[in-house]
Design a protein around this ligand. Structure first.
Ligand code: FAD
Length: 289
């Protein structure tokens, strides 16, 4: 049933300090671009009645490039990200995933922070951010803390955020120039589809040897995950025409030991696991070229 908007209150503070003060009662729900929240509201699923708009907070909308890292404010839109030259050059998987997130109109409003905090296991940007070893800075009126993004997701739609906290910054180290990078999303169609399964990978090769590899997946568990077992099976392995089949077989087997996909309306656990292994093979064979 559609919700009655008169049942909801929206406060729109002018500054981050004000927003954090309001949030300290633990009873407000942040709303950024609103592209998730408004769908929940329209369909009568939004149980939180006190909304706190953070959409216009300039303090949350920035991309800052420093020598060692790129800092992205949680309120940065996907359009901002797609238009950023340094991100395009160094973090192509983030650009790719931003371009998959809904339509252009959606990308003009939807924020990176909203994509992460919504905590869908199928969201588009988490696999890339996991590969890139991102950290996230969470802020409240009593201080801030920075944690590895890999520790942010705590279960299905559960995150490390406390009710009085906002996600402030996503930070990615600038070490990926020269890495081979891969991202593929499998959905019901090419555009405007929520993924059934997605795999992101970055790998550094010294000659034919993999000296660093990081894999991130969507819908391979109840939350976005790094694939540590598959990574371990691939580290220091040779990517050569002679060795590739053996390496792929070991990596596929390792991935299946750690896969914990869920059955839901979009797909089955069995399909997700099988296709994830196929995507991993696709990535590894692309390293031969
Ligand atoms: C038509 C359509 C298509 C879509 N397609 C895709 C798709 O292909 N892939 C995909 O991944 N998503 C898709 N989405 C979902 C949505 O657009 C994205 O998840 C988007 O990034 C959400 O960002 P937002 O700023 O609009 O979040 P909001 O709706 O404002 O918020 C989402 C959640 O995050 C919380 N939140 C937001 N910002 C913060 C913050 N800074 N700190 C703490 N909590 C915060 C909110 O409280 C809420 O729980 C689609 C949505 C629509 C309507």
């Amino acid at each position: 049933m559609r919700a009655n908007v008169l049942d909801y209150a929206l406060t729109a503070p002018a500054t981050l300090t004000e927003a954090l003060a309001l949030l300290s009662d633990g009873a407000h729900t942040p709303i950024a671009g609103g592209t998730e929240i408004m769908v929940a509201l329209n369909t009568g699923r939004l149980t939180q009645k006190s909304l706190l708009s953070i959409q216009h907070l300039a303090e949350l909308r920035f991309i800052r490039v420093e020598p060692d890292a790129i800092h992205i404010g949680a309120g940065t839109t996907f359009t901002d990200i797609r238009n950023h030259a340094v991100i395009a050059a160094e973090l192509p998987l983030l650009i790719q995933s931003a371009s998959w997130t809904g339509t252009i109109a959606n990308q003009n409003r939807a924020t990176l922070g909203g994509n992460i905090c919504n905590a869908s296991p199928a969201a588009d940007t988490p696999p890339a951010l996991l590969c890139y070893g991102a950290t996230v800075t969470l802020i409240s009126s009593s201080g801030q803390r920075t944690i590895p993004y890999a520790n942010f997701h705590r279960g299905y739609k559960k995150t490390a955020l406390q009710p009085n906290e906002l996600l402030h910054t996503i930070t990615v180290p600038r070490i990926f120039v020269g890495y081979r990078q891969y991202l593929r999303k499998v959905g019901t169609r090419h555009a405007l589809a929520i993924s059934k399964i997605a795999l992101a990978g970055v790998a550094k090769l010294d000659g034919n040897t993999i000296t660093d590899i990081r894999l991130g997946a969507a819908s391979l568990a109840d939350r976005p995950v790094r694939c540590h077992a598959a990574e371990a099976a691939l580290l220091n392995k040779s990517i050569t025409p002679q060795e590739i089949s053996k390496t792929v077989a070991a990596a596929r087997a390792a991935l299946l030991t750690e896969a914990r996909p869920i059955d839901d309306i979009r797909s089955t656990a069995a399909y997700r696991a099988a296709v994830a292994a196929n995507l991993l093979e696709d990535f590894l064979r692309s390293l031969l070229i």
